[in-house]
Write a protein that binds this ligand. Sequence first.
Ligand code: NAD
Length: 301
Amino acid sequence: MAKKVAFIGLGNMGGGMAANLVKAGFEVNAFDLSPAAQEQAKKEGCQIVETAAEAVVGVDYVVSMLPNGGIVESVYIGTESNPGLLSTIPTTALILDCSTIAPDNARRVGTAAEAAGVRFVDAPVSGGVAAAAAGTLAFMVGGTEENFESAKVVLDAMGANIFRAGDVGAGQVAKICNNMLLAIHMTGTAEALQLGIDNGLDPKALSDIMLKSSGCNWSLEKYNPVPGVMEGVPSSNDYQGGFMVDLMLKDLGLAMEASLSSRSSIPMGAAARNLYNLHKNATAEDKGAKDFSSIQQFYAK
Ligand code: NAD
């Protein structure tokens, strides 16, 4: 018999992920506050329900892909007068929260789930909307070995690379570290390329040199931020699509929060966050919706 999944949060990422679960043979009960998102999920073969509580009845797994930690806590834990889904999810089910949230949010939900007798893993993703639709996301999972093995059955249908980072919350820590490093090498790459351009170099020639030299990195290899150097990347499409500046700022904010609680020094991450804030607000046009490689425009003369 097909395994049943409740999917909560059918936005840019969740919509594609839920569709891939249907394609893999899961029965998916889908819920979102947005009627348009519900309608799209219905077209993809999901069963649409009226409430989140209805979605979790009799399911084997609950997957959530929600905007932030406050919403994740309210959906699962809720309040005394308005309890969340933990009071209704079957105790045989496993929760996989794939949202990007603070490790502390994930740990609070994990602890509340344990108290309610329900298994929980945090499983944030790397990869954007295209990877969500293609089923090629990378998942970074926080939870016990046993829960990780159970989660893989579902994650395999939505992703290409699945890692266990450690106990509950560790998936979120891995995600935050990765995205902080991404912001640092993207800003560094844009800075180096602009220095070359300002000193008379062709950005394509400079990129080719650095790709075979010690400055080589993922941003240069896969995501060159200078328009026209590389085909099929956001910089060559007016920085449309890809990973928004606002989402990068969210992740850098989570890195700052994590560094405060662990008392870690993150001068490069803090600088990257400031650069992205300055870039977002540098002109009358809010750059929040542009791809994060548009940081090149902040350096360009
Ligand atoms: P989105 O805003 O497109 O989707 C979120 C969905 O959640 C919306 O459809 C919204 O209506 C729904 N929602 C909000 N509150 C709800 C509630 N209480 N109950 C049910 N549904 C509710 O956002 P997204 O881009 O899909 O991102 C989702 C998560 O994935 C975020 O945590 C984000 O940081 C993370 N993420 C996004 C990307 C990306 O490229 N978009 C990449 C990696 C990770």
